[in-house]
Design a protein around this ligand. Structure first.
Ligand code: MV4
Length: 463
């Protein structure tokens, strides 16, 4: 197989030091990729993360602010100052925090540094869900039925739009995403109230009252396509993932490939995604999120960042997605073409959260003892160790357990064994829930949709 990247015609920015503007497992993951590429790293932390193991492993470690993320991991000026003081030439935002903030990516580039991610204009275009939808329609990506324009103010027009789509419909905020700022409308009697409530929320939370309307799909799966684009107009897609196993918009288990999807169904959709990437001049890694129902794909959002679940795609495609992000930012041209991409076998990822497995409330405290599984095709992405103190300030994700095997059934069996070998003492985790899920017959048959886990939890509670 061809090397993913060539060396000729560099069109990007030279840098030898990367500042990692994040924390936790993803900070450790980015550090590993930088080291493997021969790059130096600057780790930053808040006062709550001074003990972070990736901090000591970095070439430079700097505390930039208080535990509260607004003063540290979201503090753009503090991060830019840290980059300046340490001589970093690039900033990797990871996921969450500033990773999809167009203002920040612009500020990074204005400071003469490389932002390891797409251009600010791409982030902004996809951050506005209406402009994202319009871009997808232009490129031929299938979207959920509904206009690619913001809802008008007059009640007769919105009623007509809803009638044309057909109830149930869903009202979404243009500035929302990831489950924030949306409301289902079952019938015409609820339309105006839903619009008024969502508009007010949108104004408060996103600073823009713009809304749009779509057909509400009742039993879809969440299937997403991973893409990788260089600075020279070349791009490839690295297969697909199913992330339907979620609770309150927090994914719990992800897998690649999405089971039961025919290549004849997904190939035209993925080709249209690559056309969209060309049209918007997309650079770096990205994810096209779809709802998949009755054999059809409907675009909902594009994520312009590295995602938590990227490892399942790394396991099946053999491509190091974080290294690729950094190579693209340096201007290395992608030499791999779509025909060189070969996704093999099946991969699962379990998100291990520090939370009570009944109440789901975050569980902070010190990890007193720890046993992690080992063996071929078992991967753990984490920053924790025995003695590590899990802080109450941040996301409860403490580790990701990833397995790879030739078939889905074998990968499930491998995950069952790996979960059985995992022990985290001193704090509460969702390991009991993950173990039960991998014993579930419906999941084993691939019968999940986006409501499966919440229904399963309700049934279990009732029993
Ligand atoms: C939808 C939908 C049904 N129909 N749009 C939730 C998160 C955001 N990315 C979009 N979301 C949804 N949009 C239409 N037209 C159902 C959801 C949805 C969902 C989507 C993906 C994964 C989990 C979900 C859980 C609840 C609702």
């Amino acid at each position: 197989m061809a090397e993913p990247f060539g060396k000729a015609g560099l069109k990007g920015q030279r840098f030898d030091t990367v500042l990692i503007a994040n924390r936790g497992e993803v900070a450790a993951r980015i550090q590993r990729a930088c080291r493997e590429l021969g790059l130096k790293t600057v780790a930053i932390c808040s006062e709550a993360d001074r003990q972070a193991p990736y901090g000591n492993a970095a070439d430079t470690f700097m505390c930039i602010g208080p535990a509260n993320a607004a003063g540290s991991y979201l503090n753009q000026n503090a991060i830019l100052l840290a980059a300046h003081l340490t001589g970093a030439g690039a900033i990797h935002p990871g996921y969450g925090f500033l990773s999809e903030n167009a203002v920040f990516s612009e500020a990074v580039e204005r400071a003469g540094l490389a932002f390891i991610g797409p251009e600010a204009s791409s982030i902004a275009a996809m951050g506005d869900k209406i402009s994202a939808k319009r871009a997808m329609i232009l490129a031929g990506v299938p979207c959920v039925p509904g206009p690619d324009t913001s809802l008008p103010d007059d009640s007769a027009s919105v009623e007509q739009i809803a009638e044309e789509i057909g109830y149930p419909v869903i009202i979404k905020a243009a500035g929302g995403g990831g489950g924030r700022g949306m409301r289902v409308v079952p019938h015409a009697g609820k339309l105006h109230e839903a619009i008024a409530l969502t508009r007010e929320e949108a104004r408060q939370a996103f600073g823009s009252p713009a809304l749009y309307m779509e057909k509400f799909l009742q039993h879809p799966r969440h299937v997403e396509i991973q893409v990788l684009c260089d600075n020279n107009g070349n791009g490839i897609w690295l297969g697909h993932r199913d992330c339907s196993m979620q609770r309150r918009h927090q994914k719990v288990v992800e897998e690649a490939p999405a089971p039961g999807i025919f290549s004849e169904t997904i190939e035209p959709v993925a080709s249209a995604c690559m056309e969209a990437c060309r049209q918007i001049g997309y650079r770096g890694v990205g994810t096209f999120e779809f709802l998949y129902e009755n054999g059809a794909f409907y675009f909902i959002e594009m994520n312009t960042r590295l995602q938590v679940e990227h490892p399942v795609t790394e396991m099946t495609s053999g491509i190091d997605i974080v290294q690729a992000q950094i190579m693209v930012a340096q201007g290395f041209p992608l030499e791999m073409r779509q025909d060189d991409v070969a996704c093999v076998g099946h991969s699962f990822e379990c998100r291990i959260n520090a939370e009570d497995h009944e109440s789901f409330l975050p569980s902070a405290g010190t990890i007193s003892d720890l046993a992690l599984p080992e063996g071929p095709n078992i991967r753990i992405d984490t920053h924790i160790h025995a003695g590590y103190r899990v802080s109450p300030y941040y996301d409860s994700l403490i580790a990701k357990l990833i397995v790879h095997a030739p078939t889905r059934a074998e990968a499930m069996a491998k995950m069952r064994e790996a979960l059985a070998a995992t022990r985290i003492e001193g704090i509460s985790t969702n390991l009991p829930l993950l173990r039960m899920l991998f014993e579930d017959e419906g999941f084993a048959r691939g019968e999940t949709d986006i409501h499966y886990l919440e229904q399963w939890l309700r049934k279990r509670r009732a029993a």
